[in-house]
Unconditional design. Structure first.
Length: 139
């Protein structure tokens, strides 16, 4: 299974009173990872998000935590495609520190068009093609 990698060095402002990373930061990093993917592999989609022609809505997300992380830890966020179709994309995330699995997460993104309300649309071709290089892992 192919993964898209986003590397992050934990900052002090991402940690809480007891020194570990605040749980919500991992969802920020899911966001950073997916937007780097778009910028690299589907720049026209970024443009249509800017113009408002397309909207990508996060319809669900989750996190499971296995180890604490701390400031200056180096984290690899490894994003894989779990499913795509029906205008939706399901991603899976592994968070690794020195190869060790510290957390996992998921999210579902829906492609929408805002015209007389909000309507589901197909995954834009450029993004769909980019995703094709990341065959979903067997269920
Ligand atoms: C503006 C906003 O909310 C942006 C949303 C971005 C969504 C990006 C989705 C990218 C999916 C990539 C999946 C790749 C799997 C290997």
């Amino acid at each position: 299974m192919r993964t898209y990698r986003y590397h992050h060095v934990v900052t002090f402002d991402e940690t809480n009173l007891v020194g570990n990373v605040y749980f919500a930061q991992y969802l920020h990093w899911q966001g950073h990872c997916r937007e780097r993917f778009l910028a690299e592999h589907a720049p026209s989609v970024v443009e249509s998000l800017k113009t408002g022609e397309l909207a990508l809505a996060t319809v669900s997300c989750s996190m499971d935590f296995y180890k604490e992380c701390f400031a200056l830890d180096e984290i690899d966020v490894l994003m894989s495609l779990r499913d795509k179709g029906g205008g939706r994309i399901t991603m899976h995330f592994e968070f690794r520190r020195d190869g060790e699995l510290v957390a996992t997460g998921t999210q579902v993104v829906a492609c929408l068009c805002r015209e007389d309300g909000v309507h589901p649309v197909d995954i834009p071709a450029e993004l769909d093609d980019a995703l094709s290089a990341y065959a979903p892992a067997p269920k």
